[in-house]
Design a protein around this ligand. Sequence first.
Ligand SMILES: NC(=O)c1ccc[n+]([C@@H]2O[C@H](COP(=O)([O-])OP(=O)(O)OC[C@H]3O[C@@H](n4cnc5c(N)ncnc54)[C@H](OP(=O)(O)O)[C@@H]3O)[C@@H](O)[C@H]2O)c1
Length: 317
Amino acid sequence: MTFTRCGNSGLFFPKIALGLWHNFGDVDDSEEALKMLSYAFDYGITHFDLADNYGTPAGSAERNFGKLLATQFAGHRDEMLISTKAGHDMWEGPYGTWGSRKHLMAGIDQSLRRMGLEYVDIFYSHRYDPGTPLEETMGALSDIVRSGKALYVGLSKYPADKLQQAIDLLKQAGTSCLVYQDRYNIFAPQTEETVLPVVRENRIGFVAFSPLAQGLLSDKYLHGIPENSRAAHSYGFLKRETITPDMLARIAQLNDIAASRGQTLAQMSLAWCLHRPELTSVIIGASSLQQLQDNLQSLRNTEFSAEELDAIKQATL
Ligand SMILES: NC(=O)c1ccc[n+]([C@@H]2O[C@H](COP(=O)([O-])OP(=O)(O)OC[C@H]3O[C@@H](n4cnc5c(N)ncnc54)[C@H](OP(=O)(O)O)[C@@H]3O)[C@@H](O)[C@H]2O)c1
């Protein structure tokens, strides 16, 4: 595993982190989940990315991860970077969502209880809340760090102008923003123009989520929608309707480019993210050990020629 310094902080991130949004909940195969986590950790993936609402049902990914921390990974806490988040819908009523101080303070306590932890390494505001003053959200995040419940603060899915304001407010409150997390992949390169300049300017880390566009950027949908895929699940966020003939034509073109590089499409798509110098880390998801193993091979070749980058861009137009 290769490690990169996160922005101008003292903290190093593995180039590939494992996310527990899907595949680690109560509805999933717990044996496969343990195999993936064990393989990942042994390989040098030290960063595990969670959120209060991960898993089906919400909260179960944190709970299941916590059980494994206490058993299979006992004694390894200091070798791990554990992140969680609050800000999406979590419990009933007006305090169960968004970015109020009330929600974030309860959110961190609930996450710590579910995982059986005294602190998380990174606590994220999961999304920008247009209804709450940024001062309130950033003040709460800073206080969570002061209380020792989180070591660092991260922000996720903020518009560029709000991201800059949030970074400034955190600084005023005495807490630096460590890292920014957003969607970034071959089909969603927009971040390069919007938030990446803010990330660069402020020398904070940038981690990309959904680097495979939830599995679209692999060869799995080329011959239909497999039964056990994310697009086939009724509770998933990847909808069957997304997989149109036009989309499949793009995927097939990208698959050919990947083959010409000696990579699978999943490997090339991760390498495409990783070749950007601003990128601290990509957070991958996987539903099997085999996918995880396939994806880790992306680290072998993250160089792209100008022609390859252009061909990839053309394939997405
Ligand atoms: N901050 C945020 O708001 C936010 C939002 C989304 C995600 N995230 C974080 O980012 C993490 C990753 O997101 P993601 O799961 O959407 O990532 P992703 O890497 O784009 O998609 C992962 C899915 O792609 C499929 N896949 C993975 N490797 C494959 C391979 N080699 N061949 C074929 N299919 C493959 C699997 O789906 P199948 O089930 O179909 O096999 C897998 O579950 C999450 O777990 C979470 O930690 C954060």
